[in-house]
Write a protein that binds this ligand. Sequence first.
Ligand SMILES: [Zn+2]
Length: 185
Amino acid sequence: MDWHVNKGAKNCSCCQKLFEEEEEYFSALYDNAVAYTRKDLCLNCWDMKHDGDLFSYWKTKVQKKSEPVRQYANIEVFYDLFVRSESEDNASNKNFRYVLALYLMRKKVLTLKAINRENGDEFLVLQNSKEEKETRVLNPKLNQEGILAVKEEIGNLIGCSTQNGSQEAVKGGASAVASNGEKGH
Ligand SMILES: [Zn+2]
């Protein structure tokens, strides 16, 4: 399973201006306690608007029409979400974190070391190869359908789909490019 990059937003969520070819913009996830919502903001609006309940963000660029399409989503974006999810404690976040962990295990960023059971709960003990540390993830005991639903939710937020070779992924439009600059709230 891989996440493929979908066609990005066509205009800024704030000023509505149309993104142009090769224009850089920010995709940001906001945590409103019930769900995460995503906004795409042009650089001008980003400077004014990126406070509030910002959970995670990444810089993206509208793809040049003649460029070959970047097919896969940038793992850094998923990793950043995973790391940030550690401090959140609501139910939907636990599902999120677990599914992100499954994906990062597949990508060999995380390695399963053990499974701990405590008071009827099951925790994955994972070695994080990026930071040389152990991370624990609660297994929310989702069934296959539940996992698929969470995958779809994450995909919608990030602008990727798990549909192999879907039209959207083939057409491209925007690619998730993690910013090298400062990150955080
Ligand atoms: Zn704008």
